[in-house]
Design a protein around this ligand. Structure first.
Ligand SMILES: *[C@@H]1O[C@H](CO)[C@@H](O)[C@H](O)[C@H]1NC(C)=O
Ligand SMILES: *[C@@H]1O[C@H](CO)[C@@H](O)[C@H](O)[C@H]1NC(C)=O
Ligand SMILES: *[C@@H]1O[C@H](CO)[C@@H](O)[C@H](O)[C@H]1NC(C)=O
Ligand SMILES: *[C@@H]1O[C@H](CO)[C@@H](O)[C@H](O)[C@H]1NC(C)=O
Ligand SMILES: *[C@@H]1O[C@H](CO)[C@@H](O)[C@H](O)[C@H]1NC(C)=O
Ligand SMILES: *[C@@H]1O[C@H](CO)[C@@H](O)[C@H](O)[C@H]1NC(C)=O
Ligand SMILES: *[C@@H]1O[C@H](CO)[C@@H](O)[C@H](O)[C@H]1NC(C)=O
Ligand SMILES: *[C@@H]1O[C@H](CO)[C@@H](O)[C@H](O)[C@H]1NC(C)=O
Ligand SMILES: *[C@@H]1O[C@H](CO)[C@@H](O)[C@H](O)[C@H]1NC(C)=O
Ligand SMILES: *[C@@H]1O[C@H](CO)[C@@H](O)[C@H](O)[C@H]1NC(C)=O
Length: 880
């Protein structure tokens, strides 16, 4: 008990002794606080900085930037570890802060690290020249404006300067080399102009220079390519010109990106001085000449090589097969010739090889061996060989390429033969493009196995057979181009599975049967092209469910019935072509309500009734309604008959026409027969020699562009209402030709093309201009391109002989015998057209400019653009 009381006393004593001590400690705390309050300068600066921030959606500053807590505890603020406690770091990144950056930050003289990147600060970069301790200045990804202040170069300890992704303009500060400690400078994605300062060379610590996506111009200073510690140099996407400096001294360089500029000349030999290089991009410049043959040996550590879109020529150096880590090669859009080196097969890391748009050849087995060699590249994902001169069959060894292949592009070559069926084993393929070749055979065996395909382009080949039901397994397909082949049969019902399709092109084949109603479930379809097949039956009502459709082309089929009324909801539809079918019934009453419709062609059908004058029908240049005998009314420009009979004047005119035409026709006939008898005997001998047989030559857009030097003015020999005619020489057959290019902007041009194709398809005569071929495709930029190719008539048109043009040398003269002989030739041609060609044809446009003269001055009749065919008694005596 006594002991207990004793210990209580001791405890009280202890409390009495400890308490003042505790109080003393507390007092020390107060002292500590008051010394901080003495340093009001940094506090004021931070408060001023806060005041100028106009938006702080996450409350980053509002929550604790108050005087209740010490500023060293504020979000994003870090202070020196010893008194006087000054702001050492201010890090406020990715907080969506808005407003101007206060220049009060320029008074935080102990600041070492300022990171305000990835916000929405606007206005100028503040004056920070007093920040002698600043090492890191990160203001990237904001909306800062104005120039880069030269005063920044007074922050002499800067190591990292990142001003990328702003709206800065003006020059790179000329005194930039005052920042002698600078190692990283990023100014990319601004609007900086002027030249790159040569003085960068004096910043010996520079490791990274990232100036891409600005408007820097002038030459690249030699000094910039001579920085001993430089590891990355990005000058891409500027406006740099001139040649690349010859001397490179960058022993530590890893990445060199000079792409998308206006650099010219060749690759300097100094390339072999940068053996450390891993990534080299010189793409999209005007560089030329051949590649250094030792490029692969000089750059042993190379992993990425982009040289596309230049003017490089010569062979692809075999040494490119040597850098063991090389994974990406892009040499596209150059002028490389010769074979693709087999050595590329040694690149075990190769994942992407793009050789698009060159002049690479493979004419024999040896030329194709590279495919076999590439079989060793087990990581290959993308192989693009489009637009080259690869020739012959795709070798079977293609199936030995890595099963990881996702892109296989071989468009626009001269490939022929069948596709090896085992190509189906590329089950990872996302895109297969074999379009614009001469491939044949069927696709049934292989197409269904490529279940990951998103784009399949087989357009413009000679594929035959059906679309197999297995196509329904390609559920990821977004683009399907099967147009311009010889596919036959019905569209399988499984087609309905292709619900991701955005574009479907089946035109110019021999598909038959009904249009499957399943197509209606393609909710994201934007283009449906079924032109020129043998689709029959009605247009399915389900097609009215398209939600994004822009173009529907179903012309030149044998569709019947009317346009389903469900089409009235196709609010996105801009082009509708239903011409050349057997559609009938009243003209749909909603076409004028389709707000997006800007092109409508329903010609050559049997629609009936009054044409509205509003909506799409208000503009005669964007609609085509002709040869629908039952249509009347509409805008006056359409020149349709009036719906209200009894107009007397029109009646009289019609009456006159009915009387005059037969009389005139009879007289012409008499003349014609007379001429025929006069000359026929003498000309029998060489008849029918010039016929051009069934085989039409196949030409591509590129062939024609090449033949006419890109449709140059100098090759222009005439211009007509529907297009222009160019002189040219086909490369393959060496034949001199006249190419008539239809201007599809002109109303009626497309019809004229079809009409002429139709006319010339079945008729041939020594006095009719022989057609070599027709070409209906898309041009380089994807516009529809239609042209007809004729033999070139060396003596031009009769028009130029009759109507002498002022500035020509000597007037051309035709003797009487020539004139008579020409008249007889023309009469011969007309006789044939009207009576002997199986289907009476009326030329409708007989005039001197359409009569052409061959080298013996024989006359040949051309231009069937508005020709009409007489269909026989059941069509009420009308030409249709
Ligand atoms: C503040 O700076 C010190 C010293 O540089 C550092 O150790 C500490 O991690 C920093 N604190 C914060 C929150 O950044
Ligand atoms: C920028 O900040 C946003 C959040 O505001 C973040 O989602 C984004 O990843 C950041 N970007 C960078 C490059 O830091
Ligand atoms: C910076 O500090 C100076 C001197 O203390 C003062 O006069 C000036 O107003 C301060 N600047 C800003 C923007 O706070
Ligand atoms: C920058 O530093 C130079 C020399 O050190 C000095 O003359 C100049 O006044 C300073 N400029 C500014 C804006 O502080
Ligand atoms: C680089 O520094 C040297 C020596 O300090 C000087 O002579 C030269 O003018 C500087 N070069 C540039 C381009 O500033
Ligand atoms: C690019 O530089 C050339 C001179 O080299 C100049 O004529 C042209 O205007 C510049 N283009 C742009 C977009 O700055
Ligand atoms: C590129 O440089 C050439 C001269 O080398 C010049 O003619 C051309 O205008 C330049 N192109 C651009 C876009 O500046
Ligand atoms: C190539 O890379 C290897 C490994 O990264 C490195 O050891 C070697 O020094 C590099 N070669 C050159 C020439 O830089
Ligand atoms: C396609 O796949 C089926 C089933 O997986 C298989 O039986 C057939 O052999 C494959 N065809 C090809 C060409 O790979
Ligand atoms: C008719 O359409 C054409 C082609 O879109 C356009 O150029 C023209 O201005 C239009 N005319 C009227 C009267 O809207």
């Amino acid at each position: 008990m006594l002991l207990m009381r004793h210990s209580m006393l001791l405890a009280k004593l202890a409390v009495l002794i400890v308490l003042p001590f505790l109080l003393l400690c507390y007092g020390v705390g107060n002292v500590y606080c008051s010394t901080i309050h003495e340093n009001r300068e940094d506090l004021r600066s931070l408060l001023d900085f806060k005041k100028r921030i106009s938006s702080d959606p996450n409350g980053a500053l509002m929550s604790n930037w108050t005087t209740n807590t010490h500023f060293c505890q504020w979000n994003g603020v870090n202070c020196t570890s010893t008194p006087p406690y000054r702001v050492r770091e201010l890090i406020l990144t990715g907080l969506n802060l808005g407003g101007e950056i206060s220049s009060s930050l320029g008074n935080l003289t102990s600041l070492n690290y300022l990171d305000l990147s990835n916000n929405s600060f606007h206005g100028p970069i503040p004056l920070l020249n007093k920040l002698q301790n600043l090492e890191y200045l990160l203001l990237g990804s904001n909306l800062l404006q104005g120039v880069i202040p030269d005063a920044l170069t007074n922050c002499s300890n800067l190591v990292t300067l990142d001003l990328s992704g702003n709206n800065l303009n003006g020059l790179i500060p000329p005194r930039i080399s005052f920042l002698t400690k600078l190692a990283y400078i990023k100014l990319y994605s601004n609007h900086v102009t002027g030249e790159i300062p040569a003085s960068l060379r004096n910043i010996t610590n520079l490791q990274l220079v990232h100036f891409s996506k600005n408007q820097l111009n002038g030459r690249i200073p030699d000094e910039v390519m001579q920085m001993p510690n430089l590891m990355e140099l990005h000058l891409n996407q500027n406006n740099l010109s001139g040649s690349i400096p010859e001397v490179w001294q960058m022993p530590n360089i890893l990445v060199l990106d000079l792409s998308v500029n206006n650099l010219s000349g060749r690759i300097p030999r100094a390339l072999s001085n940068v053996s450390s290089l891993q990534g080299l991009s010189l793409a999209s410049n005007m560089l030329g000449s051949t590649l250094p043959s030792n490029i692969g040996d000089a750059l042993p550590n190379l992993t990425i090589l982009y040289l596309g879109e230049n003017y490089f020529e010569g062979h692809i150096p075999a040494s490119l097969g040597n850098p063991p880590g090389l994974g990406v090669i892009d040499l596209s859009s150059n002028y490389f010739t010769g074979q693709i080196p087999n050595s590329l097969g040694n690149l075990s890391q190769l994942s992407s090889l793009n050789l698009d748009q060159n002049m690479l050849q493979s004419t024999d087995n040896e030329g194709w061996e590279f495919i076999h060699a590439l079989g060793k590249c087990r990581s290959l994902k993308k192989l693009s060989l489009s637009i080259n001169r690869l020739q012959g069959a795709i070798p079977n060894s293609i199936v030995n390429l890595s099963s990881t292949l996702t892109y296989l592009l071989m468009s626009e070559n001269n490939l022929s033969g069948t596709v090896p069926p085992r190509i189906g084993r590329f089950s990872s393929l996302v895109q297969l493009s074999l379009d614009q070749n001469y491939l044949t055979g069927t696709i049934e065996e292989w197409v269904g196995n490529m279940t990951k395909l998103e784009r399949l382009n087989l357009r413009s080949n000679s594929f035959v057979g059906i679309i197999p039901p297995s196509i329904g397994q390609l559920t990821r397909l977004t683009y399907l181009f099967l147009a311009e082949n010889q596919f036959t049969g019905f569209i399988p019902p499984s087609f309905g599975n292709l619900k991701s399709l955005s574009e479907l092109h089946l035109s110019y084949n021999n598909f038959k049967g009904g249009i499957p109603s399943e197509l209606g479930s393609f909710r994201v379809l934007t283009i449906l092209n079924l032109s020129s097949n043998r689709f029959s039956g009605g247009i399915p009502e389900t097609l009215g469910k398209f939600e994004q459709i822009q173009t529907i082309q179903m012309d030149q089929n044998i569709l019947t019935g009317n346009v389903p009324s469900t089409f009235r909801t196709l609010n996105t539809l801009s082009r509708l072509n239903l011409s050349h079918n057997n559609l009938s019934g009243p003209l749909p009453d909603f076409l004028n309500d389709l707000k997006s419709l800007t092109k409508l062609d329903i010609s050559y059908n049997n629609f009936q009734g009054e044409v509205p004058t509003d909506g799409v029908f208000a503009n005669a240049t964007i609609i085509s309604l002709n040869d629908n005998p039952g249509l009347c009314g509409g805008a006056t420009d359409l020149h349709l008959r009036s719906c209200h009979v009894g107009n007397k004047r029109v009646g009289v005119v019609n009456y006159l026409i009915k009387i005059l035409i037969p009389i005139f026709g009879f007289m012409s006939l008499v003349l014609l027969v007379y001429f025929l008898f006069l000359e026929k005997k003498t000309r029998r001998a060489n008849a029918s020699e010039q016929s051009f047989g069934e085989h039409f030559e196949k030409v591509t857009y590129n062939d024609l562009a090449q033949a006419t030097r890109d449709f140059s003015e100098s090759n222009l020999i005439g211009r007509g209402s529907y297009g222009s005619v160019y002189r040219g020489k086909l490369k393959e057959s060496k034949m001199e030709v006249a190419v008539k290019v239809f201007d599809l902007e002109m109303q009626g041009a497309e019809r004229s093309f079809l009409s002429e194709c139709e006319a010339l398809r079945s008729i041939q005569h020594r006095n009719l201009l022989p057609i070599i071929t027709a070409c209906s495709t898309v041009d380089k930029v994807g516009n529809v391109f239609k042209a007809l190719v004729y033999e070139l008539m060396p003596n031009g048109s009769l028009d130029t002989w009759l109507h002498h043009k002022g500035d020509e040398e000597a007037p051309k003269r035709l003797g009487l015998t020539k004139i008579i002989s020409i008249a007889i030739n023309v009469a011969d041609a007309l006789d044939y057209l009207h009576y002997d060609c199986g289907r009476p044809t009326v030329h409708c446009d007989l005039k001197p400019s359409n009569i052409l003269l061959d080298d013996d001055m024989n006359a040949l009749l051309g231009d069937f653009g508005i020709a009409r065919f007489y269909q026989g008694p059941q069509s009420h005596g009308r030409f249709s």
